[in-house]
Design a protein around this ligand. Structure first.
Ligand code: HEM
Length: 262
């Protein structure tokens, strides 16, 4: 009976990986089908239906960031991870449907970016030995042996943190304290300086020593591409909403927009 558990677990892991790998191509296939099934005017990316899918998808994409940022700001991490995965997956499906399968276009590069982000996310979560959700946005510390110089530097950092902490949160204890959203709102400069010290401390104690190097780099790539995606989506939304003429390039502007500059 006991032997069945790891077998089921590994099948489950494989299915999860398969899900992360296949979600984007399946969404593209679905988008093609939808674009062919819907009547002409509805099947275009800027139609009321498709644009609404894009807006909901983009909101979900933004919510995906909440999932990981919540850990930084001291919210329960498991809940954040579940939100991260569900909203990311739904967002991928909705924005891909919105593209109507036109992935070989300038905004289509965003779909490719999304593929890479979700693939890396799945890889980190399922294949990497350390559980991604346990390390992303946390303050996990893996202590590598420290030389005297580093120990001294660490002492100085900790005392500076304690001094700052007496202003940020007088009742808190340095070793147990985590910055939360509240601190960033109430005293942004102090919070920023505290975070800077935390980063130096993490570098000294080698936070990365606790994380496999490949995982650390995949994680950074996943984060960097996610921010790039967000910037790309912002540019796309601004151009179709305010520079509709430029985007239409001689066609009639059939989508909802605010200005037709360009
Ligand atoms: C992650 C989010 C998004 C992605 C990946 C995405 C991707 C795409 C793609 C691939 C196209 C097709 C381009 C073509 O046919 O040449 C497109 C068109 C379009 N998108 Fe998005 N989009 C996103 C979000 C949005 C949002 C939030 C809006 C709403 C403001 C929007 C509005 C439009 C419009 C109006 C078009 C039609 C433009 C045209 O016909 O030239 N998109 N988008």
């Amino acid at each position: 009976m006991k032997k069945i558990v790891p077998a089921i677990n590994s099948v489950f892991l494989d299915i999860r990986l398969l899900f992360y790998i296949l979600i984007s191509p399946l969404a593209v296939v679905l988008a093609y089908i939808l674009a062919n099934v819907l009547p002409g005017e509805l099947s275009q990316p800027g139609s009321p239906l498709m644009q609404s899918l894009a807006i909901v998808g983009t909101i979900l994409l933004i919510i995906t960031f909440y999932g990981v940022l919540s850990k930084r700001f001291g919210r329960p991490s498991r809940f954040g991870t579940v939100i991260h995965i569900i909203s990311g997956s739904l967002a991928t499906i909705l924005v891909t449907l919105h593209s109507a399968g036109n992935i070989f276009s300038t905004p289509g590069s965003l779909i490719f970016l999304l593929f890479m982000v979700i693939f890396l996310g799945g890889w980190l979560r399922v294949v990497m030995p350390e559980n991604f959700s346990m390390t992303f946005g946390t303050k996990l510390r893996g202590f590598a042996p420290l030389d005297e110089g580093k120990k001294q530097k660490l002492k100085e950092i900790i005392s500076s943190k304690e001094i700052l902490l007496s202003e940020v949160e007088p009742s808190a204890q340095e070793g147990l304290f985590s910055l939360t959203f509240r601190h960033w709102i109430r005293s942004p400069l102090l919070a920023y300086n505290y975070r800077k010290l935390e980063k130096i401390e993490e570098e000294i104690v080698g936070q990365r020593a606790s994380v496999e190097p490949a995982q650390a780099y995949c994680r950074q790539l996943h984060q960097a591409l996610s921010w790039l995606l967000l910037i790309g989506v912002a540019v796309h939304v601004i151009t179709v909403t305010f520079f509709a003429n430029y985007v239409a390039d001689g066609r009639s502007i059939y989508w909802w927009h605010i200005k037709d500059w360009g």
